[in-house]
Design a protein around this ligand. Structure first.
Ligand code: RNT
Ligand code: ZN
Length: 417
């Protein structure tokens, strides 16, 4: 049976439930995922004067072939994008600036340092998102940045964030789609704090200064990312969930929820509906925590499906900006992007192929038996046949055949590095 024949059969199964699969696929094409560039080089970046890797996160593994230059990174991204169905976005960090061999301090970065990225994004029809980099730097060695007691250090990072927002505005203007600029800081303490308030007061003031200059949301959208703990900030993190939730609501900013930044049994899927009642939009860093905020490659697990269900059944595809955040250096990095991004898209498709309205109705009627029975039965509906057809239709490899492309690329390009 061909892919198309399997698709036609599967389609009928869904049709019985009133799901129009052709329409679903049209809708799916329009859902962008923001792919993080930093999986390609283990969050290294291309600064001339590189600071030691730091910031409460860690990358483990030494798989050969990591990108050493912006061109290598772009070429690896292109390879991954050729294996992922749909039109997507690329998420950059400030450390991916290109400064022509010159040392440019982070508070001095300008749009021109990202010209190559913008030209590349135009050529590949990609939107760009952005992040200031407040780690791996001599002014962040003690793990404090925007909440630092030293005013000069705070100002340096404030100016960095302002510079980054202006660069993001340039992305938005050039590419015709707003850039999401997400601020994440590592600030916190390894051991019990004696004062939780003062650093938070300073963080609040720093954010106020960063956002003083209004930038048209047509070009740049600001987000702030919270965290529960990190390596070296096990006891206290300044930018906690409550801190940013409050800040975002009061100042009309987006909360960015990273799926690895909560207590192990606390799920982001359960937060989306609540948060969207009080803000128009929110952003995600979809990641996979294994025991801790470990940033493993995203798999098609229950929580990923639940996140996708929450977005789809609450009609929130325009409200939730989906981005990825993982970095595994122990496997082929192009494969890591491909696996994680394909899984994110698969999860959205899965959620679109569930009779969501019917299931909602069952719950309203108190029919929990049928609710559970159908949720479970739908797990083995022929979702795979629809996914394979989608890949074929979008001109990307079907099933595991993409692995051949990656192996060839590894042999011909990555292993020569
Ligand atoms: C760290 C945050 C943050 C980073 C990236 C590199 O815990 O998740 O988003 O992973 O900015
Ligand atoms: Zn994150």
């Amino acid at each position: 049976m061909t892919i198309k024949e399997s698709y036609e059969l599967a389609k009928k199964e869904y049709q019985k439930w009133g799901i129009n699969v052709d329409e679903v696929l049209e809708q799916l094409k329009k859902v962008p995922v923001s792919i993080h560039c930093w999986q390609g080089d283990d969050v290294g970046g291309f600064e001339v004067k590189k600071g030691a890797f730091s910031g409460g996160i860690d990358v483990t593994g030494n798989y050969p072939g990591k990108a050493r230059t912006p061109n290598e990174l772009r070429s690896d991204l292109e390879k991954a994008l050729s294996l992922i169905p749909g039109k997507h976005r690329v998420n950059l960090h400030a450390i991916y600036a290109e400064t022509n061999g010159e040392v440019v301090e982070r508070d001095q970065l300008e749009p021109k340092h990202f010209e190559n990225w913008v030209n590349w994004a135009k050529k590949n029809e990609l939107g760009l998102d952005f992040n200031p980099t407040l780690f791996s730097h001599e002014k962040a060695t003690d793990g404090l940045t925007l909440s630092h007691p030293n005013q000069e250090i705070r100002e340096f990072w404030i100016n960095h964030c302002i510079a980054v927002r202006k660069i993001a505005e340039y992305f938005g203007k050039e590419l015709g789609t707003p850039a999401l600029t997400n601020i994440w800081i590592p600030d916190g303490y390894k051991d019990m704090p004696s004062d939780r308030l003062t650093p938070r007061v300073r963080l609040k003031e720093s954010l106020d200064k960063i956002f003083e200059e209004k930038i048209d949301e047509q070009y740049n959208i600001d987000a702030i990312e919270s965290k529960l703990f990190g390596i070296g900030s096990e006891s206290y993190v300044v930018g906690s969930h409550e801190f940013y939730l409050g800040y975002a609501l009061k100042n009309n900013k987006l909360c960015l929820l990273d799926t690895g930044h909560y207590h192990p049994t606390e799920t982001v899927s359960n937060k989306i509906s609540s948060m969207l009642l009080f803000s128009d939009k929110l952003a995600l860093h979809v990641s996979r925590p294994v025991r801790w905020d470990s940033d493993h490659v995203v798999t098609l697990d229950d929580e990923l499906k639940e996140i996708a269900l929450e977005i789809v059944r609450n009609d929130a595809l325009d409200k939730v900006m989906i981005g990825l955040d993982f970095f595994d250096a122990s496997i082929n990095r192009v494969a890591a992007w491909t696996i994680g991004t394909r899984n994110m898209i698969k999860a959205i498709l899965y959620a679109m192929l569930v009779p969501n309205e019917h299931l909602k109705q069952l719950q309203e009627e108190g029919n929990f038996t049928e609710r559970l029975a159908l949720i479970e039965e739908f797990k083995t509906y022929p979702f795979g046949a629809i996914w394979h057809y989608y890949c074929e239709q979008m001109g990307v490899p079907v099933k595991e055949t993409w692995l051949e492309d990656v192996k060839k690329y590894e042999y011909e390009v990555l292993l020569k590095r």
